[in-house]
Write a protein that binds this ligand. Structure first.
Ligand code: NAD
Length: 329
């Protein structure tokens, strides 16, 4: 009889973690989730869910009380530009996420966990390679000499090295993805931690046809956005592969932020005017370089941005309507 895989997902109450739990359950794994909170938008389908703070080493040891076949570490103090680029949250971001990674690795080492996935971010790439919005360099080997533009990126870089060190010294099979702007249904869409696609979906859903929405900066900065289903596919393929080095998991369909907003308006069938206002921005250009993932995993994300944006818009619109009806009785 086939042995049931036992899997731990840290950050299982968050956006990517909760989608990952669903996918693992669809593969008949036994899944334990751990997070400060349950998923916000639908009940978890994890077999076991620990509500706990992974900054506490005792909680980490309790969560890793057995030898899991796979551990996915997605817990982080995290948010969009309004949270990570203002500078106001730097101490918390570095301290909280740093502690989580230190504790989880120690707990996994004690239990002899062999395979662990860590979610890094494209924010660890050096700023000087991302000044030209039309031609950013985010190949995996461009990470050093390091110069991320945020403390969030520095913590990710430190933790990448921490995971690699545990791999070298203790024989752990470490897998590291550098995510590039993951989006989709059941992601944060309001409250200050939401990212650009969800924020535009909300603003467009709330605006009247012919209305105005605000955007930070001139909108000429570029990014790529990866739909959640392809992110999960990439995470599983990477974790179960033989490749140890960090790999980009992102889309290479680069668009300006102005284009992202106009695509959202198109999806909604509305004419929208953009008002540019000052705000936190991040680097000028960023795109996922997918050569390494294609070479090593024989797979790369390919879904068009417009498809994912349509699904996300419908979901955010539903949330906006739900909130409106609960606010107005
Ligand atoms: P998220 O904020 O939705 O999920 C992170 C989860 O970690 C949250 O549910 C949070 O409660 C939990 N958490 C934070 N501190 C904790 C603690 N001390 N103990 C227990 N749980 C704790 O974010 P996400 O978008 O799902 O991101 C998942 C991972 O991917 C993060 O590590 C993030 O840095 C990384 N990442 C995400 C993106 C993206 O675009 N979503 C891009 C790059 C990297």
């Amino acid at each position: 009889m086939k042995k049931t895989k036992r899997v731990l997902v840290c950050g299982a109450g968050g956006f990517i973690g909760s989608h990952l739990v669903n996918r693992l359950k669809s593969e008949d794994c036994w899944v334990r989730g751990v997070d400060l909170k349950y998923p916000e938008f639908s009940p978890t389908c994890a077999d076991d869910f620990i509500v706990g703070d992974l900054r506490d080493p005792t909680i980490c040891r309790g969560a890793v009380d057995q030898q899991f076949d796979e551990v996915y570490q997605l817990a982080a103090d995290m948010g969009g530009a309004g949270f990570i680029f203002t500078g106001d949250n730097d101490a918390d971001i570095m301290h909280n996420s740093g502690l989580v990674n230190l504790n989880i690795l120690e707990a996994c080492h004690r239990r002899n966990v062999k395979r662990i996935f860590y979610s890094s971010s494209a924010c660890m790439y050096p700023e000087h390679n991302q000044m030209d919005p039309d031609n950013p360099n985010c190949s995996e080997d461009s990470a050093y000499p390091a110069d991320p533009d945020s403390e969030y990126g520095w913590e990710k870089l430190f933790s990448e090295r921490l995971y690699l060190a545990f791999g070298r010294n203790y024989g752990m099979e470490v897998r590291i993805a550098r995510f590039h702007n993951i989006f989709g249904p059941e992601g944060t869409w309001v409250g200050g931690r939401e990212k650009a696609p969800a924020a535009f979906c909300r603003k467009v859903a709330m605006a009247a046809d012919g209305g105005v929405i605000e955007m930070w900066g001139d909108g000429e900065q570029t990014r790529s956005f990866l739909y959640i289903d392809e992110c999960i596919e990439g995470v599983l393929r990477l974790t179960r592969s033989d490749w140890t080095g960090p790999v980009n998991i992102g889309s290479d369909e680069m668009v300006s932020i102005n284009r992202l907003a106009s695509m959202t308006a198109e999806v909604a069938g509305k004419v929208i005017t953009i008002k540019h206002i000052p705000g936190p921005l991040g680097v000028r250009g960023r795109n996922s370089d997918n050569r390494l993932i294609a070479e090593r995993l024989k797979w790369r994300p390919e879904a068009p941005l417009l498809d994912g944006l349509s699904k996300t818009y419908e979901w955010v619109k539903g949330q906006v309507l739900e909130q409106y009806s609960s606010d107005h009785g």
